[in-house]
Structures are given as C-alpha cells and as structure tokens.
Design a protein around this ligand. Sequence first.
Ligand code: NAD
Length: 245
Amino acid sequence: MLNDKVAIITGGTRGIGFEIGKVFLENNAKIVIFGSKEESVAKAIIDYKNDGYDVRGFYPDLNNYDEIEKTIKEIESEYGKIDILVNNAGVSANRKIEDTTSGDFANIMNLNINAVFNVTKATVEVMKKASGGVVLNTSSMVSIYGQPSGVGYPASKSAVNGFTKSLARELAPYNIRVNAVAPGVTNTDMIAALPKEQVEPIIKSIPLGRIGEPRDVANAFLFLASDLASYITGVVLSVDGAARS
Ligand code: NAD
C-alpha cells in the first residue's frame, strides 16, 4: 500500500509510533524515526533490524526549529523526497490543576502541539516541491471528550485537531492531505504509567469490551497514509472502540 514511499515518524521508538513504523515497512515504505534520546533510537533500530528491516533514526530537539530544519534537509538529500510525516511523539498528564505548574502545562504544549508545528513546517516545504504528501497527527479520544484531570493533555490534543483541520484546507491546493487519528486507551507504556484506578473504569466502559492494541491504531494510519484515502483530508478519525468517557 505504500510502495517506495518515504515516511518520517516522530516518537517512532516504541508504542504506537513503533507499530506505525512496522505496518508501514510491511507495506514497502522506507521509514525514518525520530526519538527523544540517542539510546532509545538505537534500540528501536535494532528492534526493527531483528524484524528484518533497515531504518534510519534521528533524535533532534523537536522544540528547536533550526535543528528540525537541518534534520529534514538531511533526510531530503538522502532519500530525495518525504512523502509521509507522522507527528506521533507525545506525553500525557494526569495531575489535578492545583498540582500542575505553568511549567508542566507548557511542557505538554511544547511536545504535543508546538513540536507538531515545527516538524510539519519544515517537512511541508519538501512536500510542496514534490507536489504532494500526507501529514498525519496523533490526537486522542480525550481531545473530544476531555478527561477528569491532567488538563494540559486534552488541551494539547484539541489543538492538534484544530491544526489538522485548518492545515488540511491550507495545503489542499498543494495536494498535501492532513489528517489525525484519535486513539482511545491503547496498550503502551503511556497507559502503563497511569494509575490503575484511572484506567480500569475507562476500560470497563469501552463498548467493544477491550483496550486498543497499537496495531489497531497503526492500521488507521496506514489507511490514511495510503492512496485508499486519496479524497480524505481534514478528518480526526476515532480509533477507540466507541469509548466515550
Ligand atoms: P509512548 O510513551 O509509548 O511513546 C511516546 C513516544 O514519544 C516515544 O517514542 C518517545 O520517544 C516520544 N517522545 C516522548 N517525549 C519526547 C520528546 N520530548 N521528544 C521527542 N520524542 C519524545 O506512548 P504511546 O502510547 O505510543 O503514544 C504515542 C502517541 O499516541 C502520543 O502522541 C499519545 O499522546 C497518543 N495517544 C496514546 C494513547 C494511549 O492510550 N497509549 C491514547 C491516545 C493518544
């Protein structure tokens, strides 16, 4: 489905991003992963190698635009193009507002939306030259329904939705599609880090009766990245088992 496409996946070292990488590779894409640290990127490259795939990796500071631009230019000169960008790196929050500092709130915004802006801005320049591309963002179910604490997280993911819908309209004339996937509770380290008492009631309320697996989410990214979605832009696709809490 992605023959010879070149894809960048931020947060591609583990969890949902790692699985998006796998499903893209299984569909004949070439992938470049971004992670937060040299060690985690190196580990992920070995994990992909063990599955039989060669993957390139970088660990730029996603809040440093100059560093991002330099990395994107390096990828462009190495691969000649960038067809797909997946903005997937993200952090969650669960503390009540009285226990959240303005610095905590800013940190969430920095990674979950400001970094999305930075990587997209630099990559779109490459896509415009090629007259087309696909930008995909990882939103969240809580961008639509909110959550009982950790207000920065749903706020940042709501911003991702607004970014997606608006940029889709701006970039449509360049044949660049922009969509988001809004996962529900998905079986990754991010969920393992949350208190049990916060996660269990959510799982109980999921109509499909189970937590999502990274592959459930990655398959939605595959569809939206592929030509099967050639007339779809500006959507936020829920992949949440109809969870509504
Ligand atoms: P995870 O914690 O397993 O992975 C997060 C990824 O983000 C890692 O690859 C990590 O390297 C990267 N990352 C974290 N901080 C970074 C930083 N400062 N700079 C660069 N990269 C950084 O989480 P996950 O569950 O796989 O989450 C992936 C995305 O899915 C996130 O955007 C998250 O908000 C979203 N999401 C997850 C769930 C869930 O239930 N797991 C639900 C909805 C949305």
